[in-house]
Ligand binder design. Structure first.
Ligand SMILES: [Zn+2]
Length: 332
């Protein structure tokens, strides 16, 4: 049995960093609760305990004491940064115990890949929770509350699931956790080359899991197995149809079939767009092997670059605009 202790930073009278309408204590708690849920749902022989499961104050030494008394195998403290900057970084105690270093080397890149944000590096510091815990420990700093574009991501529940999913996959890899039967295993790490055909269709992938969880927020109950197969593609068509109905009054039947009616109802999506149609687009690009950065529903520079690469690879007009032709090739 592997015992993972998750410590959502701050709480109660201590909100942590506060800016842009976001409080660090709230982000830390929702990420921690999602990590617990994903770990318990997906893996065998695991116990997960949180230092707090609601909005309450706990001293730093109390957090460490709880983990020590429980006999945790790993201590993971969840925070957000502030003070100017952007991106993701992790800390271990500056004594740099062998195990903490080894786990950081596995967990840090997994979270980073899943989040798709800037890497600020693997660091060490004399933080109290890292010093006072008896087991290997890590503290993650997930974006900057006081950076407006980071804060936008942190306000997005789908992105927070992505953050949690990254932690889960990192912990699973570090401890060699066994996935519950029926759940797919992670693929061997391989960077997709730029202009490629589907790379993510054969085995489990954590961003695909995020995509599947996003599809299920619409009430479609597809398996969250990390495999971008027909079920996931049908789910994305259903989300597309739902959004076309909701935003443009198309009156489509939500059947998950990318047929002539759905084709005729499509709209152009281009730079500057935001929302769940863009999110569907980012999901498709990711599944096809393109780097789109965070799954944030914002059609920014990275998404446009990916669209252009996709158009070039498929010999379409390279204009960075997703019209019926490009949509068609993405679902094809
Ligand atoms: Zn903090």
């Amino acid at each position: 049995m592997t015992k993972i202790f998750i410590d959502p930073g701050h709480g109660g009278r201590d909100p942590g960093a506060v800016a842009n309408g976001v409080q660090e204590k709230d982000i830390a708690l929702s990420v921690a609760l999602a990590i617990k849920k994903f770990l318990e749902e997906n893996f065998d022989n695991i116990e997960v305990k949180l230092s707090r499961e609601d909005d309450r104050f706990l001293s730093l030494s109390e957090r460490a004491r709880l983990a020590n008394a429980w006999g945790a195998d790993y201590f993971v403290s969840i925070h957000c940064n502030a003070g100017g900057g952007t991106g993701f970084e992790t800390f271990i105690h500056d004594s740099r115990s062998t195990k903490s270093v080894a786990y950081q080397n596995v967990v840090h890149p997994e979270i980073l890949t899943t989040m798709g944000v800037r890497d600020r590096g693997k660091k060490a510091a004399n933080f109290a929770v890292l010093r006072l815990t008896n087991m290997p420990a890590i503290l993650t700093e997930n974006l900057f509350i006081d950076n407006p574009s980071d804060a936008k991501l942190l306000k997005d529940p789908v992105f927070l699931q992505q953050v949690a999913r990254g932690h889960v996959e990192g912990i699973a890899k570090a401890f060699g956790l066994k996935r519950k039967s029926g759940a797919a295993s992670r693929p061997a790490a391989s960077k997709p080359s730029k202009q490629t055909q589907p790379k993510r269709t054969v085995s489990g992938d954590q961003v695909v899991r995020v995509i599947q969880e996003f599809i299920n927020t619409y009430g479609f109950n597809i398996a969250v197995d990390g495999i971008a197969g027909p079920q996931t593609m049908r789910g994305l068509v259903k989300v597309l149809q739902t959004e076309l109905n909701k935003q443009f009054g198309r009156g489509l039947v939500i059947d998950g079939i990318f047929g002539p009616r759905t084709r005729a109802a499509l709209v152009n999506v281009r730079a500057g767009a935001r929302g769940n149609l863009t999110r569907v687009l980012q999901a498709l690009l990711y599944i096809k092997g393109y780097d789109v950065g965070p799954f944030d529903g914002i059609f920014g520079g990275k998404t446009e670059t990916a669209v252009r690469s996709f158009q070039r690879a498929n010999r379409l007009t390279v204009d960075g605009i997703v019209g019926p032709q490009t949509w068609g090739h993405m679902f094809g």
